[in-house]
Design a protein around this ligand. Structure first.
Ligand code: FMN
Length: 171
């Protein structure tokens, strides 16, 4: 009975979370989503994604279509504050994408650094237009540069521990 961490990450935020779990749990395996081939050996997956246009990134969406008969706990990063309703919506949307013959064990999401180029692009959008960056939004972009931080990682590892305690893997 084995557990694997699979992660998708383009700028490193979700990879950082994945490796924090890996360093915390010596019996788990780890793999980048692009290297996933055969998951037969695994019962439980910690699935790491990044939020792209309001849902999980494409590589994760693709993988989710192939995952059946597993226990899945999903962790992700986005450009939104960890405790915001939008974050919760993202997390719930990933739950909805998991095929029904899997068992969903829970979700975790936190703020991840938004790339500067993205902020620059948003700053060029005029007031009144879609994706205009408000002052609040700009502050969040700047705050995001510090994330995932130590507190995010602590919360992540506590989340992992609570899942591992609650749902023991049977032999
Ligand atoms: C193409 C693209 C689309 C994004 N879409 C969203 C989005 O819809 N909502 C959001 O909160 N963050 C969005 N972000 C921010 C990322 O989700 C965030 O920076 C994440 O931590 C990146 O994870 P990674 O470093 O593991 O690749 C987007 C970033 C990119 C590059």
């Amino acid at each position: 009975m084995k557990t694997i961490i699979i992660y998708s990450s383009i700028t490193g935020n979700t990879k950082k979370l994945a490796h924090a779990i890996y360093n915390h749990k010596s019996t788990f395996d780890i793999m980048a989503v692009e290297d996933v081939n055969d998951l037969k050996a695994y019962d439980r997956i910690y699935l790491g994604y990044w939020v792209n246009r309001g849902t999980a990134d494409e590589a994760t969406l693709k993988l989710l279509k192939d995952i059946t008969n597993k226990e899945i706990a999903a962790f992700g990063t986005s450009g939104q504050y960890s405790d915001s309703p939008v974050s919760l919506k993202y997390s719930n949307s990933v739950n909805d994408l998991i095929l029904s013959d899997n068992v969903y064990l829970g979700g975790y999401i936190c703020l991840g650094k938004i790339e500067e180029s993205r902020t620059e692009r948003r700053l060029k959008i005029a007031k009144g237009e879609k994706h205009y960056l408000t002052e609040e939004g700009y502050k969040r972009h700047l705050e995001s540069r510090k994330h995932p931080d130590e507190e995010d990682i602590d919360r992540l590892l506590r989340w992992v521990d609570s899942i591992e305690e609650k749902y023991e893997i049977s032999d």
